[in-house]
Ligand binder design. Structure first.
Ligand SMILES: NC(=O)c1ccc[n+]([C@@H]2O[C@H](COP(=O)([O-])OP(=O)(O)OC[C@H]3O[C@@H](n4cnc5c(N)ncnc54)[C@H](OP(=O)(O)O)[C@@H]3O)[C@@H](O)[C@H]2O)c1
Length: 237
């Protein structure tokens, strides 16, 4: 695999780019001259299709549901031979009833949130990692709510647990690859107004995602795993 990054036209494989933070990230990467291969779940037209139409040649759309292992394998085969500068798995979900305790969480909701946010994300990282050039960055969307050290209020319990699990699994992934020099990022974006974040969230997409993308780009070439916020500050485990 070619390992020299294409400084003229770097490329990101961005998983979960149909709407919300992922769509805003796709837009911000395009604005910075990157080519975006963005994934959406199979089915309806999305905001990423509108972005692709508005920015001809800058966006390629692929399909992936991260809870379907066969779709991860199919995407890897479709993109075989590509050498991405960055892989970022943004896809994630939450339980609509954020007030329930973990013991009150319906089994179906627990399985869906954990399968998507922890197992699905890690299967996607493991399944697509070979498409990233050896020194390229692999990042995933975590959350400040995944910080065990910062959890002093409780709430959002199944979601918190899923992001804490994701953090733990990324630490295992990094430990298995200690010394390979690849930058690995767990990103805590802040509380942002999206379908998932809700209308009461503190920040807009416009005031957060451009900085988040600049922070990710700045992490290129810095080996090892970091749990950071959108400003690049360290988040306690
Ligand atoms: N907004 C916040 O305040 C906040 C804070 C911390 C962390 N985060 C994290 O940021 C990420 C994006 O959140 P958001 O606020 O943009 O949420 P959102 O508006 O609900 O968007 C979620 C995205 O994930 C995709 N997705 C969900 N399940 C998927 C699956 N099984 N396979 C593939 N894609 C899937 C969705 O695709 P569809 O359109 O097909 O559903 C959509 O693109 C999530 O990981 C979330 O946990 C958000």
């Amino acid at each position: 695999m070619e390992d020299s990054p294409d400084r003229q036209n770097p490329t990101i494989l961005l998983v979960g780019a149909s709407r919300g933070l992922g769509l805003a990230m796709a837009d911000a990467f395009v604005q910075r001259g990157w080519h975006v291969v963005g994934t959406v779940r199979p089915g309806a037209r999305t905001g990423l299709h509108d972005l692709a139409d508005a920015c001809p040649g800058s966006v390629t759309i692929e399909t992936l549901d991260i809870t379907e292992p066969a779709q991860i394998t199919a995407l890897r085969d479709t993109l075989s031979g590509r050498a991405f500068d960055m892989l970022f798995v943004n896809a994630g979900t939450a339980n609509p009833d954020q007030a329930e305790t973990i013991a009150q969480t319906p089994t179906e909701a627990f399985v869906r949130v954990m399968l998507t946010n922890a197992l699905g994300v890690m299967r996607t990282v493991e399944g697509l990692q070979d498409l990233v050039r050896p020194a390229g960055l692999i990042g995933v969307m975590s959350s400040g709510q995944g910080s065990i050290a910062d959890n002093e209020k409780g709430g959002h319990e199944v979601y918190r647990g899923s992001k804490a699990a994701l953090n733990q699994y990324m630490r295992s992934y990094a430990a298995r690859r200690a010394g390979d020099g690849r930058p690995l990022v767990l990103m805590a974006p802040g509380w942002i107004r999206t379908d998932l974040g809700g209308p009461e969230a503190r920040y807009s997409v416009e005031e957060t995602i451009p900085e988040l993308v600049d922070t990710l780009i700045a992490q290129q070439g810095v080996p090892g795993l970091r749990f950071i916020d959108r400003h690049g500050g360290t988040v306690p485990w």
